[in-house]
Write a new protein. Structure first.
Length: 430
């Protein structure tokens, strides 16, 4: 047994404190007297306004309605708790009306979260953009944060200047989007759903509004200078400066608009940062489409006078396929010689032509609208061969008639025979 006098003194003091607590009115009784018109001035889940009294490392003490003390434990601190000073007014979320020590247990973090959801709902209704911090990037888009609430910006909703030529790379696993992690960007709210904890935003909605206004100043047919900002399989992205404006716009030169010649590898022709001239061929909802090849003359202009059916031309084999070979003709035009026009009973075009070699061809037909030139390596038929072919086509089918006498029936039958059918005619013998 502990006989230290100080031990008995501590017990006595503790008993006095317990006695005072049991005899003093409860917090709820005091608040009921303070606010008789409110049956429950404090209830769990309610957000109340408090005044900061003191701040320590593990708790914040606040004044509640001037009649009670509230305590915010460290785990319920808000992100800006370090900026608080005594006397500041704060909103707090009620976790417990009264603990065993008489404190109202509060949460600044949850109050902030409730306030944030309210703010998000208001911003969505007004269409006002908000600033979000990029927390992470993945193949689908950006994970962002606003006031402790996590949100998502799909890759399809990113601004054009963050996509462009990097789009293919980004969709495979974050790519250049990782450079945005840690930065703050502006975005509009598309979906806000507190019960589902869902927040979807769009950066594109802000940028595209400005780009659409800027694009209205761009006229189809305008020649612009720019730089290559990205290269993908289907084309190159080019950033241009609109005359009279400082902001750049990005457009796409589709691979079919790069050159009049066939293009297989864009990386062999262009590199990011290279200066190029383009012409605007389409301006649709703020998205520009460019062409490089249309700045040069169309080689198909006047092709009908240059290549006439029946004439002979020399061309180089550029590509061999199972169905024939592609031929580069004068004027940077491409023609096709089908396997059936390489000779008789040809099963493999490589038995007749070799890639890179030049051969004489005869032009069969020219389709300007379809941009096709059909060629042949077969020799042209002589006049006598053509006439023989025509005679074979025009010669009629001969019919033989045979007469047969039937003694029993006393009739004569005439039988007409053709390659396809036999007809019979009967006459009665007199």
């Amino acid at each position: 047994m502990n006989t230290d006098p100080r031990h008995f003194l501590n017990i006595s003091q503790n008993l006095k404190e317990i006695n005072n607590m049991t005899q003093s009115p409860s917090l709820m009784d005091t608040l009921a007297q303070k606010s008789p018109d409110q049956l429950a001035p404090i209830s769990i889940g309610k957000i109340i306004e408090c005044s900061v009294i003191s701040i320590s490392k593990n708790k914040v003490i606040v004044d509640v309605f001037g009649v009670a003390l509230g305590m915010v434990p460290e785990r319920e601190f808000s992100y800006d708790v370090d900026d608080l000073v005594p006397g500041d007014k704060v909103l707090a979320y009620v976790l417990m009306c009264e603990n065993q020590d008489g404190y109202v247990i509060l949460s600044l973090k949850r109050a902030d979260r409730e306030r944030v959801w309210t703010t998000l709902t208001d911003k969505q209704s007004t269409g006002e953009p908000i600033k979000v911090k990029v927390a992470a990037a993945n193949r689908g888009g950006l994970l962002v944060e606003f006031g402790g609430v996590e949100g998502f910006i799909p890759i399809s909703q990113l601004a054009s200047d963050h996509m462009g030529g990097k789009q293919e790379e980004d969709t495979r696993g974050g790519g250049g989007l990782r450079n945005l992690v840690g930065t703050t960007i502006r975005a509009k709210i598309l979906t806000v759903d507190k019960p589902a904890n869902k927040l979807i935003l769009s950066q594109k909605a802000i940028g595209d509004e400005r780009l659409e206004e800027l694009a209205k100043k761009v006229i189809v047919g305008t020649k612009l200078s720019g730089t290559v900002s990205g290269i993908v399989d289907f084309g190159i992205f080019v950033k241009v400066t609109i005359p009279g404006e400082t902001q750049e716009m990005e457009g796409l030169v589709h691979i079919s608009e790069v050159s009049w010649d066939r293009v297989d590898d864009l990386h062999s022709l262009y590199e990011v940062g290279q200066n190029v001239d383009v012409t605007v061929i389409e301006n649709k909802t703020g998205r520009l489409s460019f062409s490089i090849k249309r700045l040069t003359p169309d080689p198909w202009a006047g092709v009908e006078t240059m290549f006439k059916p029946g004439s002979t031309v020399t061309g180089a084999v550029t590509r061999i396929t199972p169905f024939g070979a592609f031929i580069k003709l004068p004027g940077s035009l491409d023609g096709l010689v089908h396997i059936s026009e390489l000779g008789e009973n040809i099963s493999n075009p490589q038995d007749v032509v070799k890639e890179g070699e030049s051969y004489p061809f005869r032009i069969l037909s020219v389709d300007v609208n379809g941009r096709k030139i059909s060629l042949t390596m077969k020799p042209e038929k002589s006049d006598s061969q053509k006439k023989n072919s025509e005679k074979k086509l025009e010669s009629p089918t001969k019919t033989k008639e045979i007469k047969k006498v039937d003694v029993k029936e006393k009739t004569v039958k005439t039988v007409s025979r053709t390659p396809k059918k036999v007809t019979k005619k009967s006459t009665t013998k007199k």
